[in-house]
Write a protein that binds this ligand. Structure first.
Ligand SMILES: [Zn+2]
Length: 86
């Protein structure tokens, strides 16, 4: 169970919002202070940051291809092309 993230109760949403930049003011300050002191929330925060950076680097198309697999993605694109023709 070492690899699973278990932030404090009620902290998942605030940490998510801090990572995507939609948290402001006293809440942003509070959550930032908390993740710097709390090992469990800190690990979650770092993992979410890494995930966001990774998605940004490879771009959304690449992310979609990785999620679905290139073959499956190609077959979906082919199906869409076919639909457009008919
Ligand atoms: Zn915590």
């Amino acid at each position: 169970m070492k690899d699973t993230f278990a932030p404090c109760p009620g902290m998942v949403n605030p940490i998510n919002r801090l990572v995507d930049g939609s948290l402001h003011g006293i809440w942003a300050w509070y959550v930032r202070a908390h993740v710097s002191r709390c090992a469990r929330c800190g690990a979650t925060y770092k993992a979410l940051l890494k995930l966001r950076e990774g998605l940004r680097k490879i771009g959304q198309d690449e992310a979609a291809k990785r999620l679905l697999g290139e073959d499956r993605w190609n077959s979906i694109e082919a199906a869409c092309d076919h639909k457009n023709l008919s």
